[in-house]
Design a binder for this molecule. Sequence first.
Ligand code: FEO
Length: 391
Amino acid sequence: MAVMRLKEGVYEVGAVDWDRELFDELIPLPDGTSYNAYLVRGREKVALLDTVDPSKVSVLMNNLDSLGVDEIHYVISHHCEQDHSGSIPAVLERYPGAKVVTNPKCKGMLQDHLHIPEEKFMEISDGEEISLGGKTLRFMYTPWVHWPETMVTYLPEDRILFTCDLFGSHMATSDLYMRDERRVYLAAKRYYAEIMMPFRNLIKEHIKKVESLGIDLIAPSHGPVYDDPGFILDAYRDWTSDHVKKEVIIPYVSMHGSTEAMVQHLVDTLMAKGVKVTPYNLSTTDLGDLASSLVDAAAVVVASPTVLTGPHPKAVYATYLVNALRPKTRFVSLMGSYGWGGRMPEMITEGLKNMKVDIIEPVMIKGHPSTQDFKEIERLAGDLADKLETC
Ligand code: FEO
């Protein structure tokens, strides 16, 4: 990735990862990602804000070379996760006079994960500033986006907020700035859903903390920079709000067609009632799409056959995901079929213990759905439609 200039003395020096397909061995990356790092040159001092994933350290070094950087005084570490911190040891080796500037929590985590020696650190407190000479770095703690040590940096002279993961998007692009609003919106929403959603109430407070700053640019460490900060701030205000959309999403898996027939009838009945509904076949769906839909859907119906007395493992996984992401979903129900018995509804309900939801009477049937079973599915569709009217 080429060096890109944001303002006089402020450069993006990170790397685009066009080919990465998975993050944390868990999250699919259909659009690749980037590890943005920023160099800020003041009259007296030079600071590097975050680094890159270790797999891209040569790109970072080449970019620093191309800017003729022969000294770095400060390496600002906003977040310990290795896609931003993993190249700090290499930077310290090349620039031995540099200090790692971070908060005490992040310092401890960097010591644990990267074994950076104590003498290399400079601790800062919330609101503290460092002057580089004509450029000031103001550090603001923003914990739990999405780890406990996270923080952001404001550069008041250039009105830039460096946010690391916050407001980011997993997106490989040659554009420095957001150009394709729709594409970036969906990528940022997916990213929010996958890692930020469980912390939405804290993120609301962080937005209040930064929104009074004069901001021209929001520079995250994944995806493009926002030269219209209101775009991503408004999106985050919406996603973190208590507002839900009148939509039902149905993560489901079917082995022999019975559960699928139930899902199809529920979908058709809801559609006939004018209710927005989206089924997600867990055998083929991209879990990032499912997570994105959880950001604002009012209702979730998990549908599964019975396997060895419990839900299908794919339904267990989806339930675990929903429970861990803590969406603002208000209503949950269950559907499924069984051959001779089982505890599927109890086990799914137990798996959703983080969710403060209204559980709507499930529909469990024996074998393939009968005419009477389809009527029971219509009852569930009616209950869902009535509940959505209360949102
Ligand atoms: Fe981009 Fe939480 O690391």
